[in-house]
Design a protein around this ligand. Structure first.
Ligand SMILES: [Zn+2]
Length: 309
C-alpha cells in the first residue's frame, strides 16, 4: 500500500478497514512516506520512530482491571501493578526501545509503567514536577527525569520535542478532572493504589523528526493559544470532549486541518494489550473529524499497528 499504513495495523479487516479508507480517492497524490513511523500500544501509548531514534508517549502495557467501564466506575483503591514479564518480553524479544519517554499526566493509565520502562531503556523522561515525584517514588532513576512546565522547545540528535501546556479531559456534568491533585518533587512516599497517581497537570507534545511531526494531546482538551500556528502532519486525538466548546472543529481549525488524524485513548483499557474493544467514543470521533476536516485521513490502528505519515 502506498499510503504507508500497514494492512496488519488497520483495526479489523473488511468492513472496518473499508470504513477507515472510505472517502480517500484511489488516485490521490499521496505524499512520499516520511522516515517517521507511529506504532500504537493501546490507550494513549505511542511509539514514534524517527530515523534511528524512538520516542514513547504514555506507554502503558500492563492494563490491569479497575472497573472503569462498569456503572460504579474505576475503584480508586485498585492496587497499582506493573507486568514486568510483558514489558521484558517486548524489550528483549520484540523491538521496543526508547530514547525519550514523554508523560502527558499522572494517571495510572499513562504513567504507571514508565518508571520500569525508564529503568530498562535508560530513556530520558519528561513530565511535570508532580509526574516526576510520582515516578521517582515508583523507582524511576532520578537522573533520567527532566522536569517541564510547557513552553520548552528542545532539540536532540535526530528529533525535536516541543512541550505544550495542555488540559486534562473534563468528565461528567460538572466537567471535573478525575483523581486531581499535585505533589512536590520532595515527596517520596510510594503510590500504592490508582487514586495515588494524581493528574498533576497535563502536557501535550509535538514531536518532529524523520521529515514529519506528530502532536499528542494527552486528554480530550487543549489550550488553543498553545496550539495556534502549529501545523503537525499527524494529530493524535482522543474521543470525548463533550464539555469542551467546539472540541473537534476548533482543534482541527486551529491546527490547519492536519493530513492525518489518528484516534487515541479510545479502547477499553480494562482489557489486556492485544484485545481491542471500542469503549464507545470511536464512531462519534470519526464523524466529528470527518465533518470538520473532510480532507484529513482518519486513522484507526489495532494494538501494535503502525503507519508512516
Ligand atoms: Zn487521565
Amino acid at each position: 500500500m502506498d499510503t504507508g499504513i500497514s494492512r496488519r495495523g488497520l483495526f479489523g479487516a473488511g468492513a472496518a478497514a473499508a470504513s477507515i479508507l472510505a472517502g480517500v480517492p484511489v488516485a490521490s497524490a499521496a505524499p512520499a512516506p516520511s522516515q517517521m513511523t507511529l506504532r500504537w500500544w493501546g490507550n494513549n501509548g505511542w511509539e514514534i520512530r524517527a530515523g534511528t531514534k524512538t520516542i514513547l508517549i504514555d506507554p502503558w502495557l500492563t492494563r490491569f482491571k479497575t472497573g472503569t467501564y462498569t456503572p460504579a466506575g474505576a475503584d480508586p483503591r485498585t492496587p497499582l501493578s506493573v507486568d514486568r514479564a510483558l514489558i521484558d518480553h517486548h524489550l528483549d524479544h520484540g523491538d521496543l526501545r526508547a530514547d525519550h519517554i514523554l508523560v502527558t499526566h499522572g494517571h495510572y493509565d499513562h504513567l504507571a509503567d514508565v518508571p520500569y520502562l525508564a529503568k530498562r531503556t535508560g530513556a530520558t523522561v519528561i513530565g511535570t514536577e508532580t509526574h516526576l515525584s510520582l515516578m521517582a517514588a515508583l523507582g524511576a532513576p532520578e537522573d533520567q527525569l527532566a522536569i517541564a512546565t510547557g513552553g520548552e522547545d528542545l532539540t536532540f540528535d535526530g528529533y525535536s520535542i516541543r512541550v505544550l501546556r495542555s488540559l486534562h479531559s473534563a468528565t461528567g456534568s460538572r466537567a471535573q478532572v478525575p483523581f486531581p491533585g499535585t505533589r512536590p518533587l520532595s515527596r517520596r512516599d510510594r503510590p500504592r493504589v490508582i487514586e495515588d497517581l494524581v493528574e498533576g497537570g497535563t502536557l501535550a507534545y509535538l514531536v518532529s523528526g524523520g521529515g514529519a511531526s506528530v502532536l499528542d494531546l494527552g486528554g480530550s482538551n487543549y489550550v488553543e493559544a498553545e496550539l495556534a500556528g502549529l501545523r503537525p502532519d499527524v494529530l493524535l486525538v482522543p474521543p470525548g470532549g463533550a464539555k469542551v466548546t467546539d472540541y473537534v472543529p476548533r482543534l482541527l481549525r486551529t491546527l490547519g486541518h492536519p493530513r492525518y488524524v489518528a484516534a487515541t485513548h479510545w479502547d477499553d483499557f480494562d482489557l489486556p494489550l492485544g484485545q481491542v474493544k471500542d469503549a464507545g467514543g470511536l464512531e462519534p470521533l470519526r464523524k466529528a473529524v470527518t465533518a470538520a476536516s473532510p480532507a484529513s485521513r482518519f486513522v484507526v490502528l489495532d494494538h501494535l499497528g503502525s503507519f508512516t505519515p
